[in-house]
Write a protein that binds this ligand. Sequence first.
Ligand SMILES: [Zn+2]
Length: 381
Amino acid sequence: MQCPICGSENHDRIFRLCDNMKILGKSLPDKEAYVAACNECGLVFTDTIATQENFLSYYKYGAVSPKYYDMFGTDETNHYFEHILSIISSFIANNGKIYDVAGAWGELDKFLSDKGFNDIIVIDPNENCIKTAKNKGLSVSQCSSSDMNERLHEKCDMIILNHTLEHILDVKSAFENMDRLLKDNGYIFIEVPNALSYVDEDAAPFNFLTYEHVLHLTMHDLENLAALYGYEICAKGEYYKKVSNYPSVYVVFNKTGRKGTITYSDLAKNKVMQYIDKSKKSIEAFIKPLRESGEPLILWGIGASTAILIDSFADCNVVALIDRNPMRQGLQFEIGDNLIAVQDPDTVKKGTIVILSIPYHASIEKQIRDSGLKNKIVTLA
Ligand SMILES: [Zn+2]
């Protein structure tokens, strides 16, 4: 495929991500996907035949966005939103028009609205998200970065892409649409996970290669985007997003129309390769005793962030795959020589339960015990 930023076909595949992306929904293709590094601009991205529309169907019907206030509490969440407020308030007045693209449940927008910003529209493709945001008294539009210029007609002063861009495969359409919707001299706030820092984190192996993230971005890539689409960077920095534990980089783009040239950097490729190597070593240390004992294993919680781990269990005695989500039940994975389908928790019999999710491991363990299962449980955490 073409590089989502520079359009070059010239890239190296650095990791095989999966056999197929069916875990994201039945509309996704039954073909392999890779992590690739562009040889022209250095972007690290998911090399897949899946389209933006395929991913969009996942975000419309399959994905559940995190609710920060529920998951991380008021203090942590407000602290995060204060960080965004402190950056954008230098560039936009209270009556400025803001479009928050993939604003999910409208949590940030409610916070900004309470701080006096009175013209915000929450944009999201997911109906539940939009309904919830509307119930908070916010203005909403159910659409995405691909079709927002068909739904929205007024130009805005600022577009917010807060932990959104890394989910967008069709970067070109997104930037063309933003260009049409943004006033001359308008601003775009972008914050994304920092691919250069994955390797420094103590997170679960492969955590940052979740299938949801199709771009693994760095400040270099953001500078290339500014040059390509005619923006000047008027603020930038690094931030540790404690709600959900993401080392991040942010920029504020100012629309000038003056385009520059794209440059190459191999930093992202090298750092992501180091991260992949670290992940392989850490999962091997966890799996080795389980493989050597030959005990029957029940892998629990098969989702966009954990399906990547299944391959590592190829030589283990995996007897079942379990997930609560009925949309995932019935999906089959090849583990070693066996083809195993994801099943409902009610089907669990004998075996050691391996909880794959790190962030949710405590609540999953509680659910398992509450349901009366006495199996031995191990977690990656
Ligand atoms: Zn490129």
